[in-house]
Design a protein around this ligand. Structure first.
Ligand code: ADP
Length: 159
């Protein structure tokens, strides 16, 4: 079964990676869909985020990484996935995620949203928090894959 995992991934964290690995075991085929998301003014451009994810999943065989713009349900349809995957860390995620899931359902009733709860070890992680720590020179090697760590260190060296 194929499942679409959409997000901004600016950048990918170990929390995202854990979700991808568990989804691969559960569903077989995971398509990570990176949203251009100009409204969030990403730190890393689309290509950089895609390369970061490809590097982090290179040891896995059933993961593909694509970019998309527009509606997530349209992207799911395009790649032939009937499932959308989202991760849940806390109640604060739940309210927002449920609203998106209902919206997507109203747009396409064929597509179901599945939630995986975070791994306890990564429940505190978010892309923005990792960037905040990296900005002030804090240790991030337990939060992100190696290539993301390098990119973040380079990025904040510039400032
Ligand atoms: P978006 O901008 O679409 O929320 P994100 O890259 O922030 O994109 O997150 C993509 C998905 O991954 C979301 O469902 C989010 O809740 C989930 N996620 C983010 N961080 C974690 C984590 N540490 N553990 C589990 N899921 C997470």
């Amino acid at each position: 079964m194929k499942i679409l995992y959409p997000g901004t991934f600016d950048p990918l964290t170990n929390g995202h990676l854990d979700i991808i690995q568990r989804a691969e075991k559960l569903f077989g085929n995971v398509v990570v869909a990176v949203l251009e998301n100009t409204s969030k003014k990403p730190t890393f451009d689309l290509n950089k985020r895609i390369v970061q994810i490809k590097n982090a999943v290179s040891h896995l065989s059933n993961i593909s990484v694509i970019s998309y713009e527009g509606l997530t349900v349209d992207c799911a349809k395009e790649v032939n996935a009937n499932l959308i995957l989202r991760g849940l860390r806390a109640m604060s995620d739940f309210e927002y995620e449920l609203q998106i899931a209902h919206t997507n359902k109203s747009l396409n009733t064929e597509i179901e949203t599945i939630f995986l709860s975070t791994n306890t070890n990564y429940s505190f992680l978010s892309s923005s928090l990792v960037k905040e720590v990296a900005k002030f020179g804090g240790e991030i090697d337990h939060m992100v894959p190696d290539s993301v760590e390098r990119d973040l260190k380079n990025y904040f060296k510039k400032d």
